[in-house]
Design a protein. Structure first.
Length: 221
């Protein structure tokens, strides 16, 4: 796969996607990386609990298991171990490749905006042959709006209420998927405009959305 950068074509629209638990079931890889971190540091990490809180930045989770003055060190160890332990065990979620491909086939630009650092996010995408036009890492919740606005996102798809907040801060239509820790009701309460069971339903939804030809503001009404 070539570099993930905007293509020469002018897209008709832009769709952003979250990575963890939206495109990738990274739970097996995250578990393996935490196991490696716990073995290296001797920390007592409740990995099962940590896996229920995937979404926010790594440092936020590590603060539950390490003193404040050791969080940065633990994060560096985790990130360094992740390529070896976190990539191979983590499959694409059903419909992920097809959802990203559908955006491009319909004339749009696909952008992945994730809280995961860009290097490890890129390894996931390459390994799973998911091919967006743009990848931006290390952004969370409202911070994702910076990249979404920069790339003109009309729609942002994610599994977490933080993704909903990012979409709304960017003025993008928020599409929630219930493949992560948040229920459909939680996503709707946070302000999701659309909730889908997963990405297998996304291409059909996108075709209908484009066929309607409604601006984002009207689609939310």
């Amino acid at each position: 796969m070539g570099p993930m950068s905007p293509t020469a074509r002018t897209p008709r629209f832009t769709v952003g996607f979250d990575l963890d638990l939206t495109l990738v079931d990274s739970r097996p890889g995250i578990r393996a990386a935490y196991e490696t971190l716990a073995a290296a540091t001797g920390a007592a990490i409740d990995i099962d609990l940590a896996l229920t809180r995937i979404g926010p930045p790594l440092e936020q989770e590590l603060a539950h298991w390490f003193p404040a003055d050791r969080v940065a060190e633990a994060a560096a160890l985790y990130v360094a171990a992740y390529p070896e332990h976190g990539i191979a065990p983590s499959p694409a979620l059903p419909g992920a490749r097809e959802a990203v491909a559908a955006v491009r086939e319909l004339g749009g630009q696909a952008v992945v905006v994730t809280a995961k650092n860009a290097r490890n996010a890129r390894l996931h995408l390459d390994h799973l042959r998911i091919e967006p036009d743009v990848l931006v890492g290390s952004l969370w919740a409202e911070g994702k709006a910076v990249a979404l606005r920069e790339h003109g996102a009309d729609v942002y798809v994610g599994d977490h209420v933080g993704d909903v907040r990012g979409a709304r801060a960017a003025g993008a239509l928020s599409v929630g998927v219930t493949t992560g820790p948040c229920t459909g009701d939680e996503l709707r309460t946070a302000g999701a405009d659309v909730v889908l069971a997963g990405l297998t339903d996304f291409p059909e939804w996108l075709r209908g959305y484009l066929a309607a030809g409604e601006p984002v503001a009207e689609a939310r009404a």
